[in-house]
Design a binder for this molecule. Sequence first.
Ligand code: 13P
Length: 253
Amino acid sequence: MRNTLIIGNWKLYGNDLIIQNLINELNKTLAEISKCLVAIAPPLLFIDRIKKNIANNIKICAQNVDIHISGAFTGDISIKMLKQIGVQYVIIGHSERRIYHKENNDYISKKYALVKSFNLIPVLCIGETELENAQGKTREVCESQIKCILDNQGIEAFKNSVIAYEPVWAIGTGRSATPLQVQHIHKCIRNYLAEQDETIAKTVTIQYGGSVNEKNAFEMINQPDIDGLLIGKSSLNATIFTKIVRIAEMKRT
Ligand code: 13P
């Protein structure tokens, strides 16, 4: 019912050579992938070139978008421009943007609405900090990050959209949450949406992100409510990323 979705978030990494090698490898090794959806989120500068050279079954995701369509906003990029160069998914509210760029739930909600209005797919990142986790606030934090969008746009906004649960303490630390912890919180997220609309809740793709690698991917992806993975570091190594995609392609349904 829900497609498995693997996204490689390359963050601010890469150069001409690394990116050319990654494209070559992914084109070679992922050509026969059909059940699992695969997308990559490269630094913006490289998107146009990658889009022109990457296999059709690998989709392009942007790491961020501005809340304006056009205007005097130095350094920003609009949803219209991203759509024009073939972007299909947009990461919204990544914890690195919440922390380093002070993006709050209201601001993220505006971006979310904009992405939806252009018929692109938002990947809404949510997740608790280490302190919130220790205080037992994981569920509360995740729900509040979703609630802002529910309040502003209603449950319909979650049709054809992606939520990525990325606990802040698991990102880039090598300390992944356990598959059972992730399954539990994903189920809570789905139940929270189901309070508004059960059908939409059943169809929302819920990914996990945070220190995913080729060793923990199998158990993660085979949890019933883990519909995909948002992968940072491991997506910059074509061999590891490909292994994870193959694992996801075999997800038990
Ligand atoms: P890592 O896989 O490097 O922990 O990063 C996860 C992430 O932030 C993906 O968006």
